[in-house]
Design a protein around this ligand. Structure first.
Ligand code: PMV
Length: 308
């Protein structure tokens, strides 16, 4: 049997503007993960069991653009495995789908790693990341590549589209509370809507994306030098710009305000938006209390994570 797993991720700064070449910061979230087991089988075919998404099917009965099928087809093509093997592939994930925690990228990366080791077809992190980016492009239109990069390397990333991976230093550990609205919203739609805005007035949106890029740069400095007050203010500023991009939502805004009222140093929505998750920078001793406050304000779930 072969096993592999990959963590979730959360974007700290710069979502959406990152699609337009501005920097963004993201971290892995190891409290949630996707796990893949592969077994050789006597039953003919490649059987996929992913009960979280209610999938129990033989590969060839799935549309070829199905997110999981496309990973397997592309891997078999790349590795030239022949004849086609009989396999049982079990996929499970604790990462909520369509909520900004990188569930799609994590399943792709874990599955590719498991296939690569099962077939003794070595792939470096760089190979896995490039492969996962191609898969993201099939399903998300114009992804920046931030999700697959953070999930593959499983470390904090200062990301600029098309540039070599750069990590960032965390001067002093800090604590983030992640609050889930429980609303699932496809990133493809919010990314498409921001593109329409950009197409309608490029100078205006380029300058907003510049502002977001500057916030991400300053945030990196604040993280490196441990200036949490400043980092919190930068989160609030980034959230306002995401509201302008129309990608926040009443549920996200409610949780962001609730975090501020409960003593967070700053808060913002995270990821594609319209639903999914928000994050709050919190004093460590207030993390549990702020997390409870978010649940009272309507969060479906919260995760407390330390970035170090
Ligand atoms: O997958 P999500 O919801 O974390 O969103 C990805 C971040 C975007 O900037 C909105 C899109 C992208 O490809 O970078």
């Amino acid at each position: 049997m072969t096993r592999a797993s990959a963590p979730g991720k959360i974007i700290l700064f710069g979502e959406h503007a990152v699609v337009y070449g501005r920097p963004a910061l993201a971290i892995p979230v190891t409290q949630v993960h996707a796990d893949v087991h592969i077994l050789d089988s006597v039953r003919p075919g490649i059987w996929i069991d992913a009960s979280d998404v209610n999938l129990h099917a033989e590969l060839n009965t799935l549309p070829s653009d199905h997110p999981i099928a496309s990973v397997i087809h592309n891997f078999l093509f790349l590795s030239r495995v022949s004849p086609f093997p009989n396999l049982e592939i079990n996929i499970s994930s604790t990462i909520p789908v369509a909520s900004g925690l990188g569930s799609g990228a994590a399943v792709t990366v874990a599955l590719t790693r498991a296939l690569s080791s099962h077939f003794n077809f070595p792939m470096t992190d760089e190979n896995i990341n490039a492969f996962a980016y191609e898969i993201e492009k099939l399903h998300h239109g114009t992804p920046s590549g931030i999700d697959n990069t953070v999930v593959t390397y499983a470390k904090p990333v200062y990301f600029i589209k098309g540039q070599p991976i750069e990590t960032f230093i965390v001067g002093k550990p800090f604590t983030i509370v992640i609050g889930d609205t429980g609303i699932r919203a496809p990133t493809k739609e919010s990314v498409g809507d921001v593109r329409k805005l950009w197409e309608s007035d490029q100078p205006k949106w380029e300058s907003i994306f510049d502002e977001v890029g500057n916030i991400a740069r300053k945030a990196r400095e604040a993280i490196e030098s441990g200036k949490w007050e400043e980092l919190g203010n930068l989160m609030n500023q980034n959230h306002k710009l995401l509201q302008e991009m129309t990608v926040s939502s009443p549920a996200l805004d409610t949780l962001v305000s609730a975090a501020g009222e409960a003593g967070a140093l700053g808060a913002k929505m995270s990821g594609g938006g319209r639903g999914g998750n928000m994050i709050a920078l919190v004093p460590p001793d207030l993390a549990e209390m702020i997390s409870r406050h978010l649940m009272e304000a309507g969060a479906r779930n919260t995760i407390i994570t330390q970035v170090s």
